[in-house]
Design a protein around this ligand. Structure first.
Ligand code: DOR
Ligand code: ZN
Length: 347
């Protein structure tokens, strides 16, 4: 039985760091284990221009823990008014690694996102020409579509038409939650990839709703039925280059989660790596964890592989992590998988 594995240091290809005091509180949770992260731009107001991204990057770098070797990989938030020239220049200079598409109203701080996909045609064409990856929040916002069907509907109604109309566009389907998403990702060539979160490998919709409502398991896209979780586990542990880790770790203070209209987001930065070791061991795929967490994402984004390493050890005692991370805005609850985890990151 394998009880120790050493990986290239992982990258988190989808992370919410927020800003100000919240960012200061959650940054160490990521920098402790991860070398790099694709940083989401859904601040209020959002990170829309190269100037916004540069200023946000400076704020992150200023708050890094003293001993952290961590590189934030910046993104822009796509709006109907995005200037293609600014976006392309930001990518060519290395400032940004991707552009994030939020359908307006799909999720937290998505109000400035896209309503009319025709209005982003020119931007998408410029991105395809210059190889800028588009990270997609793949849910339709049509209120008549059941929330559990919104990912599948987005693929048919929005994503597939965009990809057909924009040959060469590099797309990351963010946080896929369905077998439909996994199958669609597999239908594409090397221009198409998908991130998978830690929590969607652990929970299905029963965890949120059966036996009482558990707001800390509520995120968007919402966890689906068990057959979808199993498809995600098979994809993540397959070793296929198109699937890689994006935790979508998204801090919200408890009082906004435990609320009549609670915010979407699971906070998994703290315990993602031990959880992934647990899951990959269950799937007898520990030898593929490095591909998922440390290689496939970097390769898709054309980044050098991390030379530093991270070692995980399986111990007799279960791992103990803080139940909550203290922040000036209130405590943030760390994702609880509901089972003991015996893998520890060896510090
Ligand atoms: O659960 C989520 N939380 N999904 C998202 O798409 C956004 C994120 C957030 O920013 O809190
Ligand atoms: Zn996200």
């Amino acid at each position: 039985m394998v009880s120790e594995i050493t990986l290239r240091r992982p990258d988190d290809m989808h992370l919410h760091l927020r800003d100000g005091a919240m960012m200061r509180a959650v940054l160490p949770e990521t920098t402790r284990h991860f070398a790099r992260a694709i940083v989401m731009p859904n601040l209020v107001p959002p990170v829309v221009t190269s100037r916004d991204a540069s200023a946000y990057r400076d704020r992150i770098l200023a708050e890094l823990p003293a001993d952290a070797a961590f590189e934030p990989l910046m993104t822009l938030y796509l709006t109907e008014a995005t200037d293609p020239a600014d976006l392309v220049a930001a990518h060519e200079s290395g400032l940004i690694k991707a552009v994030k598409l939020y359908p307006a109203g799909a999720t937290t701080n998505s109000q400035s996102g896209v309503r009319d996909f025709e209005k982003i045609r020119a931007v998408l064409d410029a991105m395809a020409e210059t190889g800028v990856p588009l990270c997609v929040h793949g849910e339709v916002t049509d209120p008549s579509v059941d929330i559990f069907d919104r990912e599948a509907a987005f693929i048919d109604r929005v994503l597939d038409p965009i990809r057909r109309a924009t040959p060469g566009l590099r797309v990351v389907m963010e946080h896929v939650t369905t077998k439909d998403g996994v199958d669609y990702a597999r239908s594409g060539g090397p221009d198409l990839a998908a991130t998978i979160t830690t929590h969607h490998l652990v929970i299905n919709r029963n965890h949120i709703l059966a036996g009482g409502i558990r707001p800390h398991y509520y995120c968007l896209p919402v966890a689906k039925r068990e057959k979808h979780r199993l498809a995600l586990r098979a994809a993540a542990t397959s070793g296929e280059a198109r699937f890689f880790l994006g935790t979508d770790s998204a801090p919200h203070p408890d009082h906004l989660k435990e609320h009549a209209c609670g915010c979407a987001g699971c906070f998994t930065a703290t315990n993602t790596m031990p959880l992934l070791a647990h899951i990959f061991e269950e799937e007898t795929a520990l030898d593929r964890l490095e591909a998922f967490a440390s290689i496939n994402g970097a390769t898709f984004y054309g980044l050098p592989l991390n030379e530093a390493r991270l070692t995980l050890k399986k111990r007799d005692a279960a791992m103990v992590w803080p139940e909550k991370i203290g922040t000036e805005a209130g405590p943030v609850t760390v994702f609880d998988p509901g089972f003991p985890v015996f893998w520890h990151v060896s510090e």
